[in-house]
Design a protein around this ligand. Structure first.
Ligand code: SF4
Length: 377
């Protein structure tokens, strides 16, 4: 059982509760911290959140979190009517905005491309949709032709981009699923790129002709960069993970995009045992004229379809705020992980950034460090 001697009184306070949240069986290391932080952001200073929990470790961990976040844990009540402890109710009074700052040590793996951590608010990810013409074995978004589409409306994307630019945002990354399957991708990209430069991630297989070719050609070359997935110089590895014939079509897509005047980045995704293939691929990309700074090698994340890969947690990975039609997440590779969900609506963006900043600040104040940068672009 957790240590409980430092907890506040066990009597239920007579305070008005502004918001209630049922944390169920979550503990502070598996998403409860994000959920509470998000809800504390929705109530006024001095107002009270009532938290329900079945998880005993929360009684040990939450007092420290509340102190670091600047909140007061007013009371804890054990609702048990028998000898077994729990469930519990906790009254938390919102204090001033959580402290900011704190150094973050960056861990990187030399096998993969690396980057400095991005300041929260400078980069923003949008999931345009979740369905895809492929169903890659390691897809972190669990995309496939049968996946729930979860289309982000153009208006949501445009509002997010406008708010992002207003707050000083610099890079907007649009991903999926396969974005070219979004029925309004032309407007989606035009309306967002009007506010901030856009990088669009694609498997480059479906825009060769017809209406999608017209959409591609409509993009502003000065505002839109394409990032195309290609895992190997030859088809063997790429087709094994992504499907027969996908390597050839990706190469054709890269060549077409370059002929149309786009800046093209190429990203390869590997498990450690497949990483030696990166050497051959980099040579191929050089011969295709893809600039060195536009060649990215990234690891598989253990999310979505991937049974193994880099573990993604709040404590281990630098945040890259990510919006989908139905919420916001800590990082784009964590969108199938409810423990990494920051908010249950994508907007307002300020709320999403504030929650992420709060968590980073609390972690920094708590002495946590060593998060790695997991860059998808
Ligand atoms: S990894 Fe990309 S191309 Fe493959 S299924 Fe997922 S979204 Fe589609």
């Amino acid at each position: 059982m957790p240590e409980r001697t430092a907890l506040p009184p066990r009597d239920a306070p007579t305070r008005t509760v502004a918001l209630e949240y049922d944390g169920g069986d979550q503990d502070c290391g598996s998403g409860l911290l994000l959920a509470i932080t998000s809800r504390m952001r929705r109530i006024d200073e001095g107002a009270v959140l009532l938290l329900y929990t079945n998880e005993g470790s929360v009684l040990a961990d939450l007092p420290a979190w509340a102190r670091l976040a600047g909140h007061d844990l007013l009371a804890v009540v054990d609702d048990t009517a028998d000898a077994d402890p729990g469930p519990w109710r906790l009254w938390i009074e919102r204090g001033r905005t959580a402290p900011g700052g704190g150094d973050r040590t960056v861990a990187s793996d030399v096998e993969y491309s690396s980057a400095a951590p991005a300041t929260v608010g400078t980069r923003l990810w949008l999931y345009s949709n979740f369905h895809c013409n492929l169903a890659c074995t390691y897809c972190c978004a669990a995309s496939s032709p049968r996946a729930d589409q979860r289309l982000m409306p153009v208006e949501t994307a445009a509002s997010a981009a406008a708010e992002f630019a207003q707050q000083g945002g610099r890079e907007l990354l649009i991903t999926g699923g396969e974005p070219f399957l979004h029925p309004d991708l032309g407007a989606f990209v035009a309306r967002t790129a009007a506010h901030v430069p856009v990088t669009l991630l694609t498997n480059a297989m479906v825009y060769g002709r017809g209406r999608r070719r017209e959409v591609l050609e409509s993009f502003d070359r000065d505002r839109v960069t394409l990032q195309i997935s290609l895992d190997s110089a030859g088809p063997q590895l790429h087709d094994r993970e992504r499907g027969a014939g996908s390597h050839r079509r990706a190469l054709e897509g890269i060549q077409l995009a370059r002929e149309l005047g786009f800046r093209v980045r190429v990203a390869a995704t590997y498990l450690p045992e497949d990483a030696p293939a990166a050497g051959d691929l980099l040579g191929t990309l050089a011969s295709l004229g893809v600039a060195e700074e536009d060649r990215l090698v990234r690891p598989v994340a253990q999310e979505g379809y991937a049974a193994k890969g880099v573990e993604i947690t709040l404590d281990s990975i630098e945040p890259e705020p990510t919006l989908a039609a139905d919420g916001a997440w800590w990082h784009p590779v964590g969108v199938t992980n409810r423990h990494l969900q920051v908010a249950d609506t994508p907007l307002p963006l300020k709320h999403v950034f504030d929650v992420v900043r709060d968590v980073v600040a609390v972690q920094a104040a708590n002495g946590s460090h060593g998060r790695a940068v997991f860059r998808c672009t």
